[in-house]
Design a protein around this ligand. Structure first.
Ligand SMILES: CC(C)(COP(=O)(O)OP(=O)(O)OC[C@H]1O[C@@H](n2cnc3c(N)ncnc32)[C@H](O)[C@@H]1OP(=O)(O)O)[C@@H](O)C(=O)NCCC(=O)NCCS
Length: 146
């Protein structure tokens, strides 16, 4: 558990956090958030498969202000749905959630990771670059439904 200024706590995400995390993601990502793909049931399976890796930022009375999903495929870590409520941004919360999740990945021997940013959101790319992530410009993301 990490404390920021004695007001915000960064801790592992629990299944009971998912309702509030989903609210935050729907507000943050709007049309970029798939309610078909990201149901509570699917996210419960994700947390079961990736214990301790996802992070939550909350106030001392457990009001959720930030959330980040993290998992791995046995080789690489992956990060999704990093979001902080508007009024809590630029206080280091995104950075601290990322740090916590990467520490948990390191504990299980995973030292590299990837994530996706929406090119229509230049702020998020700058955020990730500020905290040490590099853009790989010669790779395209492919997708298939089956
Ligand atoms: C992106 C987001 C998660 C950042 O969270 P945050 O708690 O405000 O970020 P932090 O305060 O930890 O910032 C860490 C660093 O990133 C930089 N940064 C954060 N947001 C930035 C922005 N919009 N533009 C440029 N730099 C930014 C900060 O200046 C800081 O750098 P510094 O230490 O050199 O000063 C938050 O703005 C957010 O929820 N945005 C909407 C959802 C979103 O786009 N998520 C990313 C999906 S890929």
């Amino acid at each position: 558990m990490i404390n920021i200024n004695d007001k915000i706590v960064i801790r592992g995400m629990k299944k009971s956090d998912l309702e509030e995390a989903l609210k935050l993601w729907r507000i943050s990502f709007n049309v970029g958030f798939s309610t078909k793909f990201d149901t509570k049931e699917i996210l419960i399976k994700y947390l079961d498969r990736n214990p301790e890796l996802s992070s939550i930022a909350c106030t001392k009375n457990d009001k959720i202000v930030g959330a980040l999903m993290c998992g791995h495929d046995g080789r690489r870590g992956s990060i999704y749905h990093t979001s902080v409520y508007n009024e809590y941004r630029n206080k280091g919360i995104g950075r601290m959630m990322e740090q916590r999740s990467l520490e948990e990945l390191k504990k299980i021997g995973i030292n590299t990771g990837f994530l996706f940013v929406n090119v229509n959101n230049p702020g998020s790319k700058k955020f990730w670059q500020s905290i040490g992530w590099s853009v790989i410009s010669d790779i395209k993301y492919l997708y298939k439904e089956f």
